[in-house]
Design a protein around this ligand. Structure first.
Ligand code: AMP
Length: 278
């Protein structure tokens, strides 16, 4: 596995392949887990060369404390990437991707950014899109892999690729979960074992919605709110039913696999998000 710390080294390495090889790219912020591994496995299946970036992007953190607390496990990350047969890792310092004092670009993603994470993490998607635009321009992958776990991000990146008139195909990959249903997340490392068990509440609520669609949006929303009130260690930030194509709230179902329920909640100071397509 090749590890590059600068975009010049990476691009020099990639240039040697010419147009002969398809490139699969998985951007991450490290603290890797089985969810990330699944993205790389999809990349291995669909492309000749798999590249993973590990870069904690400062411009997408609206909360400096969240950035400071973000787990860093580079040594085990690299071991996991060797095991999953990733070909190339790009792990640059901030100044390889940002000029001194550079801030996030301002994008217009229309309704995609008005609700959910866009509402509760102001500036987050501008920062995310800024780094993804840079990475897509540097790597020019054939396919870039993004998790459905960050559903709103996935749809925004698809829109970004269109705005960039990029040739990269943006592919969504299903969410990998632990036995209790808790979605794998780098932030889970910040939870105690008992908190992790309690956090299965999120998936239980999502699953309940999937299995009880006939109850309708309003009743299901109330159900989630009541379940969270019963569990004092959790604070529900939002439980929102949205249309996939617009990310706007819905009152009624629009058909099969056209909507999603998205939840954000805090447990012991750790922010967890998850969703299920309905
Ligand atoms: P992150 O390192 O959290 O920025 O995530 C990097 C990529 O991994 C994003 O595309 C995420 O959506 C994806 N991802 C994170 N958690 C999971 C999961 N549990 N299952 C599948 N993909 C995930």
């Amino acid at each position: 596995m090749f590890i590059f710390k600068s975009k010049e080294e990476l691009q020099k390495h990639l240039a040697a392949f010419g147009n002969e090889k398809t490139i699969g790219f998985t951007p991450t912020m490290g603290a890797l887990h089985l969810g990330h591994m699944h993205l790389i496995e999809q990349s291995n299946l669909k492309c000749d060369i798999s590249i993973c970036s590990i870069f904690v992007n400062p411009t997408q953190f609206n909360n400096p404390n969240d950035l400071a607390k973000y787990p860093n496990t580079l040594t085990t990350d690299l071991e996991m990437l060797v095991k999953v047969k990733c070909d190339i890792v790009y792990n640059p310092p901030v100044n390889d991707l940002y000029a001194k004092g550079e801030t996030a670009k301002s994008y217009d993603f229309g309704s995609l950014t008005t609700g959910l994470e866009g509402k509760f993490r102001p500036g987050h998607f501008n920062g995310m899109a800024t780094i993804i635009e840079k990475l897509l321009n540097i790597i020019k992958p054939t396919i870039a892999f993004f998790g459905q776990k960050d559903l709103q991000q996935l749809y925004i990146v698809k829109d970004l690729a269109e705005q960039m008139q990029s040739n990269t195909l943006i592919e969504g990959v299903e969410t990998v979960r632990g036995k209790s249903g808790l979605a794998k997340s780098s932030r889970n490392k910040l939870l105690s074992e008992s908190a992790k068990k309690e956090a299965s509440l999120i998936y239980n609520c999502l699953n309940y919605c999937k299995n009880n669609k006939e109850d309708g949006v309003n009743k299901l929303k109330l159900y989630i709110q009541q379940e969270f009130l019963k569990h004092g260690n959790f604070t529900l930030e939002y439980a929102e039913f949205v249309a996939l194509n617009t990310m706007l709230p819905i009152n009624d179902w629009e058909g099969v696999n056209k909507n999603a329920v998205c939840i954000s909640a805090y447990h012991s100071g750790v922010r967890l998000i998850d969703n299920i397509i309905l």
